[in-house]
Design a binder for this molecule. Structure first.
Ligand code: IPD
Ligand code: CA
Length: 267
């Protein structure tokens, strides 16, 4: 029932299926509206994608719990919880920038054991199960190249509330002169997968939600990356970092020195 390979297979099936739905809907009427702030967007396609995911889970695994970004979810009795981002990177989706994804993670007793992230615009499917490695399609992922901090290309992201953004901008201002370059690609789950497959050397972001990072953090970890918060904490809403183990001591020291995980209220 809570067999990890089976959960991983279903996670991939869910991410692929919702990606097909989103790809079909991408050229239709999106009906964009704002959520927590004017810049935090949701569309009818985010809601339809989540509803489809929830319906599939209810049909196949009715005793599982669900946590979804848009509708909140429901409790369960099996010990399994599905953590769903029906579109991660909604602003890119609205703009037609092909960098957004469906992110599906399966937790057993609160530990993420399987994850799948599918980009509907490219068809790429990233997936992992705990202890079983990470894959892009059939290709096993091994994390980023080994490169010194001053040559690293580091992904990050920004929240939606002005206070949080001001704090994040201050951290980036200190970081930029010390690293190779910075990218803000607009989808946290794909950023984590980009580290897993070496398209980014590292990634960090404060203020994520569990559905943004649950699947991607497992994929990065299973690709051999250090995936963690600062000061020995686990990856969390407060801070999620992913990088090669060789880079971790210098990157973590720098981010800790900048207090990049300072607590800021708001989205
Ligand atoms: C957002 C994206 C973005 C990150 C934000 C997230 P959403 O997710 O992952 O890259 O910087 O923190 O909220 O709102 O598009 O699902
Ligand atoms: Ca989302």
């Amino acid at each position: 029932m809570n067999d990890v390979p089976e959960l991983a297979e279903f996670a991939a099936e869910l991410a692929r299926g919702a990606a097909a739905l989103v790809a079909r809907a991408a050229h239709g009427e999106l009906q964009v509206s704002a959520k927590s702030t004017d810049t935090d967007l949701v569309t009818v396609v985010d809601r339809a994608s989540e509803q489809w995911l929830v319906d599939q889970i209810a049909a196949r695994r009715p005793d599982d719990a669900v946590l979804g970004e848009e509708a909140g979810g429901r409790p369960g009795t099996s010990g399994v919880r599905w953590v769903l981002d029906p579109i991660d990177g909604t602003v890119n989706f609205v703009l037609g920038l092909p960098q957004y994804a469906i992110s599906v993670a399966a937790e057993v007793h609160k530990q993420v054991v399987a994850g799948a992230v599918c980009n509907p615009a490219t068809g790429e499917l990233f997936r992992a199960r705990r202890g079983g490695g990470a894959f892009l399609g059939e290709h096993r992922l091994r994390g980023p190249r080994t490169v010194a901090l001053q040559r690293c290309v580091i992904g990050t992201g920004f929240g939606y509330a002005a206070d949080r953004r001001a704090r994040q901008a201050a951290v980036v201002a200190q970081l930029l002169p010390r690293v190779g370059d910075i990218r803000r690609l607009g989808s946290a789950s794909l950023d984590l997968c980009a580290v897993a497959c070496g398209r980014l050397d590292a990634y960090f972001e404060a203020g994520l939600n569990r559905w943004d990072y649950a699947a991607g953090a497992l994929i990065a970890a299973e690709a051999g990356c250090v995936t963690s918060g600062l000061r020995g904490r686990r990856p969390s809403e407060r801070m999620t970092v992913a990088c090669a183990p060789e880079l971790a001591p210098t990157l973590f020291e720098l981010l800790e020195g900048l207090d990049a995980d300072a607590v800021v209220d708001g989205p």
